[in-house]
Design a protein around this ligand. Structure first.
Ligand SMILES: *Cc1c(COP(=O)(O)O)cnc(C)c1O
Length: 824
């Protein structure tokens, strides 16, 4: 996020610095809170924020060496690490960032709209932008920057060129809204709705509503729906400004009296303060309807031309909330971001491009950028700077504006095209190979056509993995661990079917401590994708030791035979220093491992061996998710502890111990030791029932209807014997079969899919590449999306119908199913 900035001395004052060690004068324009965001210029500053999981001070040395020269820190003793930098000492770097943002916001007189509520914040913000962008130069939160950190960063983008600001504010804990109010101090508020998300931190709904209302303390106008009674009650109790209400049911400024639906949308009629009004909205779902009504009410208040309002609402386009990462042709990865094309979201997308994806060469394809009043030459110079600073190798600019400023891209390997057609006519496929490609353009450029050309074509079944949920799950697991307990993320079997390097990248970036894979090949693939974390190989075949050693992969040693073989492999290759290995003890599952009574023999075999370093000693539980196995589990924990104690007596150097898998972490905190190994919980799933609510499933499997046919009662469907419906029926054919992982056990009504808002059972057998479902009475058409599993048909339900466990459902999805990764 950037603006014209402040001189360092003024900046120090706004941050509330108690001490400022200024070594050189500079203008601070860029705020950096993430050490992995390499925007280091004399005009950048790093805030060393102390969070629950990370302490920014731990990274000062690295980021200083990378060239950062301005710092805001709270731990004074760390200043000596930063000899040539400007160092501002504050009590708390997060609070300093918030004070800075509040000071910055205070300089601007134009109206600030703030949106809060449980759902719809980002959509309402983006739609207001779409509706008002012809009337105003708008600054708004990028993506869903709405947190204690996101809000100050969003506010920092305000500048003199704008004349309207739209920000969103979200909280998850009591007390946070006061901070956000202080920063945003909104003139106009929108309270979208109230519902269960984050309820766990609030005693009841009324408390949560009251907390959210604090955002609007000094606002002069508040938009809300009177049908949400807890909101209406709280507004009447505590809000002093002017209420701008709407309702389907009761008297309100905007009273909606009729809604008529068609397949294309909803026609609304009503009156606004007594005057008849109507509009068409191009969506049919209830959430969109509510979101539009908030926008409509505010527009009727702000604009003198209701005719305009209707046309603009009819032209609203859906908001894609996530970037998509797709597998491209020629070994490329494609990152699809057609969300919006302002400069702040470009910076976020470029950061994502830099750290995700498997290739080291990066390309950005970017359309004209929304100008929001900024001088175009200055704007495109900023774009060119970002491309240089972020190390993007090649740049493609598409559009008349960006093309006419090509001279500011001097020194960048760049190509320009006046429009999307001319780019597509230039054989783009032949130009890209083994690169990660960001495709980012505003809607009018229809960049989805570019994505279509670049991505690997496959049938229309996709496994969608929501990376944001994976991180949420990781953080939930972290919250269960005392400080110091390390996390090994298990990414064997193609990361449980989800895509190994994509998950590994994400987990490395979010600082897990270790990775585990099943086979050497999987580890090699991770090294080739640039993963530097230590990697444990759970089944190291001895034929692969040479490759393993050359890739610095760490073997599991489970017996004396492999111990000897591995030592010989090390000796043959003259490996210098002690090589990290992991010992497995069989504490009761009776799979791989040393026997607990072999510890003395093992200790003697290892004592004095300088070629090996025992990094960790571990074991595996047979039934950690099952209450009926708790006695077995407890016995395993005791056996493991005794065995490791015995082993430790023989070894000079300490080692880490680990035994808990996902369910173990949640059910057996007595067995944490120094590290835990988690796989399934990262995907938001759990073997045992008790823990299901605490996680969020990250994967969903979708397809589309290929064809719908009418069949008569008694017609047999599918291969023999087939299944005949009792009445005349509609049958939908889906392009997914047992070769994709949809097991035959689901046929003949044992399983079901979710389509057109309803469940439809499989009819007849599941074929190799196709399956049929009975959609009689369900509103759906050819080409409509179908959920195989996801929000409605859970992985658990599917596993039960297939008589298996969630692990097998995930790992059974064939590699031919395209994986799509979503991120914020
Ligand atoms: C697969 C595996 C894990 C991970 O188990 P989850 O139940 O998925 O957390 C941990 N340890 C070992 C040895 C494994 O094979």
């Amino acid at each position: 996020m950037n603006n014209a900035g402040y001189p360092i001395t003024r900046f120090a004052e706004y941050c509330g610095a108690t001490h400022a060690d200024i070594k050189f004068q500079t203008q601070i324009k860029h705020l950096v809170t993430d050490t992995r965001n390499y925007r280091h210029t004399a005009e950048s500053v790093f805030f060393a924020i102390v969070g629950d999981i990370h302490d920014g001070h731990d990274f000062l040395g690295d980021i200083y060496r990378a060239g950062m020269r301005n710092f805001v820190i709270s731990d004074r003793s760390k200043a000596s690490l930063l000899p040539e930098a400007n160092v501002l000492i504050v009590d708390d770097a997060r609070a300093a960032l918030q004070s800075l943002a509040a000071e910055h916001r205070r300089r601007f007189r134009y109206p600030v709209v703030a949106i809060t509520g449980s759902n719809g914040k980002t959509v309402v913000k983006e739609w207001l932008f779409q509706l008002l962008q012809d009337d105003y130069h708008i600054v708004r939160s990028p993506k869903s920057f709405n947190s204690q950190l996101g809000v100050p960063l969003a506010v920092w983008a305000m500048n003199d060129m704008h004349d309207l600001a739209i920000f969103e504010a979200g909280i998850s804990h009591p007390g946070e809204m006061e901070n956000l109010q202080r920063i945003l101090n909104p003139d106009i508020g929108i309270f979208t709705n109230i519902g269960p998300p984050h309820q766990e931190n609030f005693p009841d709904l009324a408390t949560k509503v009251a907390e959210k209302m604090k955002l609007f303390r000094d606002a002069s106008i508040l938009v809300y729906c009177r049908d949400h009674l807890p909101i209406a009650e709280e507004v009447n109790k505590s809000f002093r400004g002017k209420q701008l209400t709407w309702s389907f049911q009761t008297d309100a400024d905007l009273r909606i009296t009729s809604t008529s639906r068609s397949p294309e949308g909803i026609h609304l009629k009503g009156n606004f303060r007594g005057q008849p009004v109507e509009t068409d909205i191009p969506f049919t779902d209830a959430a969109s309807l509510e979101n539009v009504c908030h926008c409509w009410a505010l527009m009727l208040e702000l604009t003198p031309h209701p005719q305009n309002t209707n046309r603009r609402i009819a032209n609203l386009v859906p908001v894609a909330m996530r970037l998509e990462q797709l597998e491209g042709l020629n070994g490329c990865t494609v990152i699809n971001d057609t969300y919006n094309s302002d400069i702040n979201s470009l910076e976020i997308a470029l950061d994502f491009l830099r750290r995700q994806g498997k290739n080291s060469d990066k390309v950005a394809i970017v359309s004209d950028i929304a100008q929001s009043g900024e001088d175009p030459r200055a704007l495109y110079s900023k774009v060119a700077d970002m491309i240089r600073i972020k190390g993007i190798g090649r740049f493609v600019g598409i559009g008349p504006d960006i093309s006419s400023h090509r001279e500011v891209f001097e020194g960048v390997s760049a190509m320009f095209y006046p429009n999307t057609d001319s780019f597509l006519a230039d054989e783009p496929l032949s130009r890209f190979s083994r690169e990660d490609i960001l495709v980012k353009g505003s809607r009018v450029f229809a960049f989805e056509r570019i994505v279509d050309v670049l991505q690997r074509k496959s049938h229309e079944t996709v496994l969608e993995i929501d990376l944001v949920k994976v991180i949420d799950n990781l953080n939930r697991i972290r919250a269960l661990l005392p400080p110091g307990v390390k996390i090994m993320a298990v990414v064997k079997a193609f990361a449980y079917g989800s895509g190994t390097h994509e998950l590994a990248r994400l987990l490395e970036y979010n600082r897990v401590d270790y990775l585990a894979v099943a086979y050497i090949d999987e580890g090699v693939a991770l090294r080739e994708a640039g993963i530097t974390l230590p990697i444990l190989v759970l089944n190291p075949e001895n034929s692969g030791y040479a490759v393993m050693i050359s890739h610095r992969l760490e073997p599991l040693i489970y017996g004396f035979r492999v111990l000897t073989l591995f030592r010989q492999a090390l000796a043959r290759r003259n490996v210098e220093g002690a090589y990290p290995v992991h010992l497995k003890i069989d504490s009761g599952m009776h799979r791989l491992g040393f026997d607990p009574d072999e510890m003395d023999a093992l200790g003697e075999a290892l004592a004095g061996d300088a070629s090996l370093e025992v990094k960790t000693v571990f074991s595996h539980l047979a039934g950690s998710e099952r209450p009926d196995f708790d006695d077995v589990t407890n016995a395993q924990l005791r056996t493991f502890e005794k065995a490791t104690d015995a082993l430790a007596k023989h070894l000079d150097a300490p080692f880490m111990r680990h035994i808990l898998n996902s369910a173990g972490v949640m059910r057996h905190p007595g067995g944490l030791f120094e590290m835990v190994r988690v796989g399934l919980a990262l995907h938001g799933l759990s073997g045992g029932r008790a823990l299901r609510e605490r996680l969020e499933p990250a994967a969903s499997l979708r397809t589309v209807i290929s064809q719908i046919r009418a069949v008569k009662a008694g017609d047999r469907i599918g291969y023999a014997p087939g299944q005949a419906p009792a009445v005349d029926s509609r049958i939908a054919v889906l392009p997914i079969g047992y070769a994709d992982g949809l097991r035959r056990a689901l046929g003949y009504g044992k399983g079901r899919v979710y389509v057109g808002g309803k469940f439809a059972p499989f009819i007849g057998g599941i074929c190799m590449d196709m399956a049929m479902v009975d959609v009689t009475g369900i509103p759906c058409e050819e080409g409509d999306p179908v959920e195989i599993f996801g929000e409605h048909v859970t992985v658990y339900e599917l596993a039960e119908a297939m008589d298996t466990i969630p692990y097998e459902v995930l790992t059974g999805i064939s590699p031919r199913v395209k994986r799509v990764f979503l991120t914020e």
